[in-house]
Each structure stands twice: as structure tokens, then as C-alpha cells.
Design a protein around this ligand. Structure first.
Ligand code: BDR
Ligand code: CA
Length: 311
């Protein structure tokens, strides 16, 4: 199984990614760290603990991430994810406590303890990943790749050309893309195609296991935001699970390898990702960028993962 550390800000789609990482026999989830993003850091941490309690994995070490982005105040997405960050589901109270060390140190400890290289999966703003790389350069070689949800080759979802995770912490994103580590980018180009349709949710609703029930509640709530006509989506795009799906079955994706950079100074474009599809800069390809997905395979994988929690 692929060893991973998941840094996330649950968040509805983060919660689905977490469920998949726990469920899949192809993934070994070594640790989870929370980031400030979709909701305040206290709430995203609590949501990680509640989700792992629901999933029956209170043995997985969890640590709290940085309180805010590196260079600016925190922008949350409560209009998408609600007051708790995971509105819509009835979740258990946390059945365990986070480690008494910050996210950066839990990542370091986990890497030191692993004989094999570990994949860092980031599904929120990149604050913790950037801090980790700055504080522990000696452990960089223990990370085999960083798989992240963020950015886009075209369009944005928070500013016209800027995706939310990049918008929240552009400097952190810049540090990560410049790190020299191999990157896999699941941006809006692919995640907007990774939609769960109403008919898929009905399948989940009938499954009758507690995890599927929680997922159904989350998807019902998440769909309120994404069913606004302005988006023009048929279903609900679930961004973050694309990272885990890539690690489980890359064959469902179309990708391109190219250079990815992040704008940090643009007045209107701070946080925009520059995906050099046509190699106009001649800069080395630092990322595999996911562009297309076999939606049916993606939904089947999520369904299969949820079935792991059947009685
Ligand atoms: C990203 O922002 C958050 O709302 C989601 O959890 C996802 O990580 C999509 O832009
Ligand atoms: Ca997220």
C-alpha cells in the first residue's frame, strides 16, 4: 500500500477524501494534519477528529496545523461548507485527542519513522506543507511526491483566475511548487469534471451503513452551493477526492507533464497557477497535471470505498 500523510481542511470534499484514504487497501494513512481553510483551524481540526472517530480509526495520529496563512489573514469558505465546516452530517464527537505537537512536527516524526518514502497529500491551503519544507529541509528526501488539490489551468472559483486553496495562501503554494519535489496537481480542470450526480447520491443513501449515511448528509448540503445556476454543473464537483483517486487508480485520469508556477504579486491574480501546457517558458516540468477523469470509474471507486464500512 502507498504510505501517505493527509493534510486537509474538512470541508465536505476533504471528508470524502479522508474516507477513501481510510477505506482503500491501496493506501496506508500514516497521519492526518489539519489546515486553516474551509473553516477556522479549531473547527477543521475537530472535523478531522470527528471523521476519524466515525471511520473507526482513532489510532491514526492527528495534529493541528498553523492557525493562519503565512502572509495574510485567514479567508474561510463558510458559504460552501457551513458553520461547522461539515454541515449536513450527524457526526460523533471526537473519540480521541490530537497529538501534543504541531502539524509540522507530526509530519517530521512520521517521515523519520517510515523506512519507505511517503506521499504528502494536501487538500487545503498549503501553509503546513510550506512550513514543513522550511523547517525540516533534511527530511525532504523522505517525501516521494506532493499530490495536491489546488489551482487550475483555466478559470478560478474564488477570483476569476484563482482557486480557493491557492487564494488563501499563495506564498505557501509558491514555496511548495518551487520545492523541487515531484508534484501532482488536481486543479479545477479535473475536479470540476469529478462530479457526483443526484442518482449517485441515491445509491449512497440506500447503502445503509453509518459512513454512507454521513456522506449522503454531507453531499446533500454541499450540493446546495454547487447547484447555483451560475456554475452550470449537472452534479456536485468533489475536488479533494481526486488526489486519493489518483493514488489508487491513476488510469482513470488524463494528464500532462509541465511546469507549474504560482503568482504571488498580481493585483488581481494573486494565487493564480500558471500551468505551462505549451512549454512556453522552457522551465522544467515540475508537475503532472490532472486534466480529465473517467467520472463513472471515479464514482464507482467512491462507492466501493463506502462499502468497506458495511456491517
Ligand atoms: C477547494 O476548496 C475547498 O472548498 C475544497 O475543500 C477544495 O479543497 C476547491 O477549490
Ligand atoms: Ca479542501
Amino acid at each position: 500500500a502507498k504510505k501517505i500523510i493527509l493534510d486537509c481542511d474538512p470541508g465536505h470534499d476533504d471528508a470524502i477524501a479522508l474516507m477513501m484514504a481510510v477505506a482503500s487497501p491501496k493506501i496506508e494513512l500514516l497521519a492526518v494534519t489539519s489546515s486553516a481553510g474551509n473553516q477556522t483551524p479549531d473547527k477543521t481540526l475537530n472535523n478531522v477528529l470527528r471523521m476519524l472517530t466515525l471511520l473507526g480509526r482513532t489510532d491514526i495520529p492527528v495534529a493541528a496545523g498553523n492557525q493562519k496563512p503565512l502572509m495574510q489573514g485567514l479567508q474561510i469558505a463558510d458559504d460552501v461548507h457551513g458553520k461547522t465546516g461539515l454541515d449536513g452530517a450527524t457526526l460523533p464527537e471526537p473519540g480521541f485527542k490530537p497529538e501534543p505537537i504541531p502539524a509540522v512536527e507530526l509530519i517530521a516524526k512520521t517521515l523519520r519513522a517510515s523506512e519507505e518514502p511517503v506521499t504528502l497529500v494536501v487538500t487545503g491551503p498549503m501553509t503546513n506543507a510550506a512550513l514543513f519544507l522550511a523547517v525540516h529541509p533534511e527530511l525532504k528526501e523522505k517525501i516521494d511526491q506532493i499530490v495536491f488539490m489546488g489551482g487550475a489551468m483555466s478559470l478560478g472559483n474564488w477570483a476569476p483566475s484563482v482557486e480557493f486553496n491557492m487564494y488563501v495562501d499563495p506564498e505557501a503554494a509558491k514555496m511548495v511548487v518551487d520545492s523541487g519535489l515531484p508534484l501532482v496537481m488536481a486543479g479545477l480542470d479535473v475536479t470540476h469534471k469529478a462530479q457526483i450526480l443526484a442518482e449517485d447520491v441515491e445509491v449512497f443513501r440506500k447503502m445503509g451503513n453509518p459512513v454512507a449515511d454521513a456522506m449522503t448528509g454531507l453531499l446533500d448540503f454541499y450540493n446546495i452551493y454547487y447547484s447555483q445556476p451560475k456554475w452550470g454543473f449537472e452534479g456536485t464537483p468533489v475536488h479533494d477526492p481526486c488526489t486519493i483517486a489518483w493514488l489508487i487508480d491513476p488510469s482513470m485520469f488524463e494528464t500532462t507533464k509541465c511546469n507549474v508556477d504560482v503568482e504571488t504579486t498580481g493585483k488581481l491574480t494573486r494565487g493564480e497557477t500558471l500551468v505551462d501546457y505549451y512549454d512556453l517558458t522552457g522551465k522544467p516540468a515540475n508537475a503532472e497535471v490532472l486534466l480529465g477523469i473517467d467520472r463513472k470509474k471515479f464514482v464507482s471507486l467512491i462507492t466501493e470505498c463506502m462499502h468497506q464500512f458495511d456491517a
